[in-house]
Design a binder for this molecule. Structure first.
Ligand SMILES: [Zn+2]
Ligand SMILES: [Zn+2]
Length: 388
């Protein structure tokens, strides 16, 4: 885009000022305050504890509330949970749950297409934050959140979201800091209040926002695609660490109504753990899970496609002699790719007919996937050997 053609009239001035302003203040005023005023402020233990509480509360407001509850309806929640995520979701300053969900549902429906609000094919910067700073096109009318429009609590938050955000996200930390300092008899409660505002309010807002933005940028660019290569979404354990488990984005785009994003037991998905725990105490219910057999079918199908392609490209790189030596591995791998495709079909059919798949079959299929990985590894080693 040439600068002289830059659509100045499409800049979102309020959003841009807020996003750029809070980021700049966090990078300048916050370190300056820590550097020069550290000894003048009492109650640092309380201030950092408040930061951590707000980081998790507003983070879960987005991941558990805006994303998995409102955008994807992956479980049902009682009003105290809804109220909590609406209050703290507002305090993350990512717009109302209604607007967020409307954009996000379009993102899933039209991923990587022009209609996708944070379309990665328009570049990393655009998908990360550019789409919020300026609009390439006028915003389409909101038509895909009728279910949420019927929820009075969601509509109340939508109407007052900026006020709720300011009060819960910025004013409350300052009040809490002031109350704590007064109760403890500190000499200067105003300084503790200011520190709470800067750390638990301002800095925390920027950290949580950047985490969310990473899903739309990093998780559509870097990482693994074990479930599908039909879209740009990728699984990234590193991003999951920053985003309360939302980094397993390849799985999520394939199975968007599952309340889990990190579906494997070893994957870091605290949002899933909280939803599950809340279901144990009756605060949420009807958790939606994709059956293991359907997940396995997706993995088998994807592996059969990539195995075939990877084997061919690796085989082509080998010198003639190594290729001859490895002819058997290549042929077996191709056979295996065909078998994986067949087994994927079988599983899909079983899932459609709601037929039970035996645990032993699942173990056997997992072993086939490992075998495929083994063949690829053997060829990679041969390739490295022939190149040496
Ligand atoms: Zn996505
Ligand atoms: Zn989603």
């Amino acid at each position: 885009m040439k600068f002289k053609n830059f659509p100045i009239y499409r800049i979102e001035w309020v959003t841009s000022s807020f996003l750029i302003g809070t980021a700049l203040l966090s990078l300048t005023v916050v370190p300056w305050f820590l550097w020069t005023q550290f000894d003048n402020v009492e109650g640092w233990g309380f201030i950092w504890a408040l930061f951590i509480f707000y980081y998790y509360a507003t983070g879960f407001g987005i991941t558990l509330g805006y994303h998995r509850l409102f955008s994807h309806l992956s479980f049902k929640a009682k009003w105290p949970v809804k109220l909590f995520v609406l209050l703290f979701g507002a305090a993350s300053f990512e717009n109302s749950a209604l607007d967020w969900s409307a954009d996000h549902r379009i993102h899933h429906k039209h991923v990587d297409e022009d209609e996708d609000p944070y379309d990665i094919s328009k570049g990393f910067f655009y998908a990360h934050i550019g789409w919020l700073l300026f609009r390439l096109k006028p915003k389409p009318p909101v038509t895909n959140v009728k279910d949420l429009e019927a929820d009075p609590l969601v509509m109340w938050q939508h109407k007052y979201v900026q006020w709720i955000g300011l009060f819960v996200g910025f004013v409350t930390p300052a009040i809490l800091g002031w109350a704590y300092a007064t109760a403890r008899g500190f000499a200067n409660p105003g300084m503790t209040a200011l520190a709470c505002f800067l750390i638990a309010g301002l800095l925390r807002t920027v950290v949580v926002q950047q985490g969310t933005f990473c899903i739309n940028s990093l998780c559509h660019m870097f990482g693994r695609q074990p479930y599908s290569t039909n879209h740009s979404a990728r699984d990234s354990g590193a991003v999951a660490l920053l985003t309360f488990g939302e980094g397993y984005h390849n799985y999520h785009h394939e199975f968007q109504h599952d309340y889990r994003n990190g579906v494997k037991p070893w994957q870091f998905d605290p949002t899933k753990w909280i939803i599950w725990t809340l279901s144990r105490v009756g605060l949420v219910q009807d958790l939606r899970r994709v059956p293991d057999s359907r997940i396995m079918a997706a993995e088998l199908k994807e592996k059969s496609l990539t195995l075939g392609k990877d084997i061919d490209s690796l085989a082509n790189r080998l010198d003639a002699r190594t290729r001859e030596l490895k002819a058997k591995t290549i042929a077996t791998a191709h056979e295996l790719a065909k078998e994986l495709a067949l087994r994927a079909e079988g599983l899909k059919e079983a899932a459609t007919n709601k037929a039970e798949v035996a645990q032993e079959t699942m173990v056997e299929l997992r072993a086939l996937l490992n075998q495929a990985a083994g063949h690829l590894e053997a060829l990679r080693r041969a390739d490295a050997g022939s190149a040496a």
